[in-house]
Design a protein around this ligand. Structure first.
Ligand code: NAD
Ligand code: 89V
Length: 343
């Protein structure tokens, strides 16, 4: 199979991980990059040896023949860039959060569907190997039918130094981090019918909420609690680990800090170290996230080759994104929010 020709739009903080991952993946290469900031264009272009550089996405699409485009800008630019890709019939990956609003997200999914181009949201947390290990235990039937889950991310890590925009938005932790946790809850326990949310801002130096607690009813009958905090100082900082508890009819799963997976089920208790590998270009503590970037990008290449829909397609991600909108609506009203009404 000929190598897919890709372009990256947005050469900021996180895109460097995506560029490393593209270099590791067989079957695809980034042949051009785009950023409106000339300094970021120069840094990423020089680091990864990409000669074709564009300051404007319209010129990129006009100047290149592409098999896909990887959008790694922040949310305000996602809709125009995804619609531009659709207009040029170029398959597109878009970083999370998919869009500023659910209305935008739906329009983006529609534009790609009408153009007949594949669309995947770079929702990578479910691709972390410890979380895939939890999914594999559920699939094995070892703990029977799940009836309760807790997806927890509690930290005091300074995310603002590398992502300063996170301190300035009216929305913070649900939109940026909780979105991953909500997607993991869907991945493990299925789609959601109702969500109840409470939020708080503990850090006075930021504009949005840095604590959120969500209670969800899944269509399967399971209940889950999704909780996240950037105001939680612990003896050992767990960033960026997601901790998971699942109770089933025949047993339990516990993914504890330090990537320790304990499964008690039909065959007794087994404790496994599910630490992610430290890729040659990765650095702790981000290596967990960095490994998942390779996994999701490889999945995209595989899906394009087979002509199948990616797990976190735009259409799938609308259900995760709707949870974000519902969480903010429910935090404001202090009432449970039905998901059906939003989708
Ligand atoms: P950043 O601000 O460091 O980088 C964004 C880059 O996009 C900047 O260099 C900016 O100049 C460029 N840009 C913006 N609009 C543009 C446009 N219209 N055309 C060309 N270039 C444009 O941001 P970041 O921290 O790298 O985050 C980027 C995205 O990645 C965000 O949506 C963020 O939520 C997401 N992110 C995801 C993960 C993850 O694990 N999935 C982790 C961190 C960040
Ligand atoms: O994964 C993310 O989206 C990041 C971080 C882990 C810092 O929240 O923004």
């Amino acid at each position: 199979m000929a190598e897919l020709r890709g372009a990256l739009i947005g050469c900021g903080f996180f895109a460097v991980n995506q560029m490393h991952a593209w270099r590791d993946i067989a079957g695809a290469a980034i042949v051009a990059i785009c950023d409106r900031d000339p300094e970021r264009l120069r840094i990423v272009g020089d680091q990864f040896g990409v000669a074709k550089r564009y300051a404007d996405a319209a010129n990129l699409f006009a100047g290149e023949s592409l098999d896909f485009v990887d959008i790694a800008t922040t949310a305000p630019s996602h809709r125009p860039l995804v619609e531009m890709a659709a207009a040029h019939r170029v398959p597109v990956i878009c970083q999370k959060p998919f869009a500023p609003t659910l209305t935008d997200a739906k329009a983006m999914v529609r534009a790609c569907a009408e153009a007949g181009v594949p669309l995947m949201v770079h929702e990578n947390f479910r691709w972390q190997s410890p979380i895939q290990a939890v999914r594999a235990v559920l699939d094995s039937g070892e703990i029977g039918t799940p009836f309760f889950g807790r997806i927890s991310f509690r930290s005091a890590y300074d995310v603002f130094s590398s992502q300063p925009y996170l301190a300035t938005g009216k929305r913070f932790i649900i939109e940026d981090l909780g979105i991953h946790s909500l997607d993991i809850a869907r991945f493990l326990l299925g789609d959601v019918s109702t969500i109840t949310t409470r939020t708080a801002r503990v850090n006075p130096g930021i504009a949005g909420e840095d604590v959120a607690t969500m209670l969800m009813d899944h269509n399967s009958g399971a209940t889950s609690v999704v909780d996240c905090s950037y105001a939680t100082k612990l003896a050992t900082e767990p960033f960026p680990e997601t901790l998971i508890e699942i109770d089933g009819s025949d047993g339990t799963i516990r993914l504890a800090q330090g990537y320790r997976l304990t499964v008690t089920g039909k065959n007794g208790t087994a404790v496994t170290d599910v630490s992610p590998p430290l890729l040659p270009w990765a650095s702790r503590p981000w290596h967990n996230i960095q490994e998942s970037v390779v996994a999701i990008q490889q999945h995209w290449v595989d899906c394009l080759a087979k002509g199948i829909e990616p797990a976190t397609s735009g259409a799938d991600n609308l259900k995760t994104f709707a949870l974000v909108e519902a969480a903010y609506a429910g935090a404001a009203s202090r009432e449970p929010v039905q998901l059906d009404a939003l989708l």
